[in-house]
Design a protein around this ligand. Structure first.
Ligand code: SF4
Length: 228
């Protein structure tokens, strides 16, 4: 198991590498547009701990006890990203969730993110080439979602022994010290769902990330350590 501080270094390296790649696209997203900021955002407990630390340092930990952070009681268990990919690779169909909670995210204040520096990857990947406030749908370039999904898989893989779920439910679990009772177990990478025509776009992102040096080893080497 990788020590938690190094897992957090790997996470910030992944965030930075993804941001450089995403900057090569012409997205229209700007501060103040928050259509995608809902309670259905998912993440890992690794990302959640970073948010809890941020709130602790800012003297805002009490926010997590607010009613807005109570998870929906009718939520069904969901497939984690890696469990979803594994099922597809086995040729099994996966039921899409139908009861996502689309109410605004509790961290959305005056149309801005109040935890912006530590927002999870599920927030970072949301982007659109057209205003989704008008169409209601995010327009992503071909291959963009495949690249972002591969990085979601890396994060889940790194969080060995951790949990995957909605941000709201995992933060509730981390706040009350019972994270193991929320969400699903984080799973290792079973492979990827990248179509042949998406490879040219996605490969530079993965190549760049896997070659990054973190604490004396490459990102690729840390992935092996995480799940030997
Ligand atoms: S954490 Fe921030 S970016 Fe993510 S959904 Fe909430 S307000 Fe939006």
């Amino acid at each position: 198991m990788i020590p938690r501080p190094i897992q957090h270094q790997l996470l910030t390296t992944l965030y930075d590498t993804f941001a450089d790649w995403a900057d090569t696209f012409a997205f229209v997203c700007r501060k103040g547009c928050a259509t995608c900021c809902t309670r259905s955002v998912t993440m890992t407990s690794l990302e959640g701990e970073w948010i809890v630390n941020f709130l602790d340092e800012a003297g805002r930990r009490s926010e997590l006890a607010a009613h807005a952070f109570q998870p929906a009681t009718n939520r069904e268990s969901q497939c984690t990203t890696n469990a979803f990919v594994a099922a597809h690779l086995r040729g099994e169909s996966v039921e899409e969730a139908e009861n996502w909670d689309m109410r605004p995210c509790p961290f959305l204040k005056e149309e801005s993110c109040s935890i912006y520096p530590v927002r999870p990857f599920g927030c970072r990947l949301f982007a659109s080439q057209d205003s989704c406030a008008v169409s209601g749908v995010a327009e992503m370039p071909p291959g963009y979602l495949a690249g972002a999904t591969a990085l979601l898989q890396y994060i889940e893989h790194l969080d060995n022994g951790g949990r995957w779920g909605t941000m709201v439910e995992l933060l509730t679990g981390l706040n009350n010290g019972q994270a193991e009772n929320y969400g699903e177990p984080a799973a290792p990478i079973p492979g990827f769902l990248i179509a042949p025509d998406e490879l040219a776009l996605v490969e530079p992102l993965l190549h760049d990330l896997l070659a990054q040096e973190v604490n004396g080893q490459t990102f690729a080497q840390w992935l092996q350590v995480s799940r030997p």
